[in-house]
Write a new protein. Structure first.
Length: 188
């Protein structure tokens, strides 16, 4: 299904899911994960009502967590492979790896209905950090598209609006916000 005004594809699938109880760069692939409303991925180090990103949590401990779920398009892996980088689902720290969606083109407030009941609202683009180069030297530069305005390809961040289990193969349906209020996703 393609949106008539934006031309964006509004259906995709889950390729992989991952989580990690520790604050490590990569996350381990799982058979399924549970998304919990206003909390994030059950058992993941980045889940919680308040900011769990280590640097941001130190700076602003009472800041609401707008980074509960990290999503990344699997199509990025093929592009990175052509640049000499081999990356698998979960290795860039994402919880949900998708296929068929141009994730970074969705506006702020887009909701992804994943599987039978889970809903994630997009809050911003994940910005590349120095840890990416520690994972694979030179990868940070490959994660930034050179244009008039640099565009990050590190995936998206979101908050869980409706609890649900998700697993590879689940359908993703996209609900765009009202057209008159479309705003690009900010970098977080």
């Amino acid at each position: 299904m393609v949106h008539l005004i934006t031309g964006l594809i509004l259906k995709g699938t889950v390729v992989a899911v991952a989580s990690n109880t520790k604050h490590e760069f990569s996350k381990r692939a799982k058979e399924s994960i549970k998304l919990i409303e206003d909390h994030g991925v059950e058992g993941d180090a980045h889940a919680g009502r308040f900011m769990q990103h280590r640097y941001l949590a130190k700076q602003m401990p009472s800041l609401l967590n707008n980074r509960q779920v990290h999503l990344l398009a699997s199509e990025l892996f093929a592009d990175l492979r052509s640049s000499g980088f081999t990356v698998a689902p979960g290795e860039l720290g994402e919880n949900v790896t998708t296929a068929g969606l141009s994730l970074t083109n969705f506006p702020l407030g887009t909701r992804l209905r994943i599987g039978r009941s889970a809903v994630v609202e997009l809050t911003g683009l994940r910005t590349p950090c120095a840890l990416i180069d520690r994972f694979r030297n030179g990868l940070k530069r490959a994660m930034i598209m050179k244009q008039e305005q640099p565009r990050f390809r590190c995936g998206l961040l979101g908050v869980v609006k409706t609890t649900g289990h998700i697993r590879p193969g689940d359908l993703i349906k996209v609900d765009l916000p009202p057209f008159d209020g479309l705003q690009p996703l900010p970098a977080l």
